[in-house]
Each structure stands twice: as C-alpha cells, then as structure tokens.
Design a protein around this ligand. Sequence first.
Ligand code: TIU
Length: 230
Amino acid sequence: MPEPIAVPARPQPFRFPPGKVALLMIDMQRDFLLPGGFGETLGNDVGQLASVVPPLQRVLSAAREAGMVVIHTREGHRPDLSDLPAAKLRRGQPSLRIGDPGPYGRILVRGEYGHDIIDELAPLPEEVVLDKPGKGAFYGTDLQQILTDAGIEALVVTGVTTEVCVHTTVREANDRGYDVLVLSDCVGSYFPEFQRVGLDMIAAQGGIFGWVTDSAALLDVLPRAAVAAA
Ligand code: TIU
C-alpha cells in the first residue's frame, strides 16, 4: 500500500492515496466562458471566468502526466429538451432560454458548439466526458459507477461556477463518501464575493464538506503521486 500524499490545504493537509484520486473538471464549456452563451444570457460578465483557464491547463497537463483519472463534465440537455425540467426552462429572465438559437448554436443543448468544452482544455479520447442535466455531476449520471469501477476514493474538483455546479458537485461527492479538494484558482465565479465565500464555506467548520488549496500546492506534489503509484 503506497503512503498517502499530503497537500497543504485549508483547514488541514489533504491526504489522498496515489492512484485513487481523480481530477474532475466541471462544465468548462463555451456556454459558460464565451460571450453569447448560457452564462451571458443570464446577465453575467463571462470575463470573470477567464483567469481559471491557465492554471487549469497546468493542472490538467500535470494530472495527465501523473496518470490520474480525468473526468470532464458538461451541463446541458437533449436536443428535444425531454430531460429539461420546466422549472429550469422558465427560471429567471434570460435574454435567450435553454434550447433557443444563439451565436454558438442552441443554448445548453448537447451536440452544439457552445455546449462543448473550450479548446484550451479539450478532453483526450481516453478521458471521460460526462453529460449532466443538472448542476451536480452525480444527479442523473453514471459518475458514481465510473468512480467505483476506477477505484477512486478522493476527488480534486475544478471548473465553473464555484457556487453553483462546483458547490453542488462537491456536496454530492461529500455525501457519497469522497474526500474532495477544491483548487481555489481553478474554480471561477461570475461574482467575486461568491468566489471568496463559496470557498470559505467548503473549508469552514473543520472542512465541513471539503478542503481548499491552490493549483501550485497540488502541482508541487503531483509528480510524487505518479512515482508513488508506479
Ligand atoms: N449560472 C451559474 O453560475 N452556473 C450554472 O448555471 N452552471 C454551472 O455552474 N455549471
């Protein structure tokens, strides 16, 4: 049994067994990051998310080198919208609703250009791309089965947005018995105050549903994880 790897984190070091940790990249889709997509139709400044991309590229590259399981998620719906709850469709006052034609195809619909992951973080053919209808990556998906089959016990969670799909997924994972580390500079919010408070909420109360660190701290230990798992 290889020794656990420890990453400095809030509220305590995050320990994970090498070979049993997966990188989860939540919804790094054009629909959330580019002008004209779902995020902007909701009235958000999508430029707020841009800073996440370079550190996430570094983490993705190091995770691949270390042989970590990498899972990409995409929020979106079937072209006939049969998996879209009416409550989600009519929510708010967006400039375009889910399924409407936008500059990158139909908003938040699977198979459309806007629904896919940004070029900078394009998945490799062997990486799992998980389509999810909701905010959490476990709801309505086979993520639990995929993690069980891969022997995964801990998750490093990244992506957008911190207080919506990242939070929902971290809470779902915590309730299912996974230790979860969130990388502060690899998760993004349209609202700076939600970014700060969203991260604080995870690590508060002794790490009530997870741990928080930054990409530099993980990048420091990942090569050791690869060696230890070999
Ligand atoms: N609107 C918002 O902040 N987020 C979402 O709708 N989905 C995700 O977070 N992916």
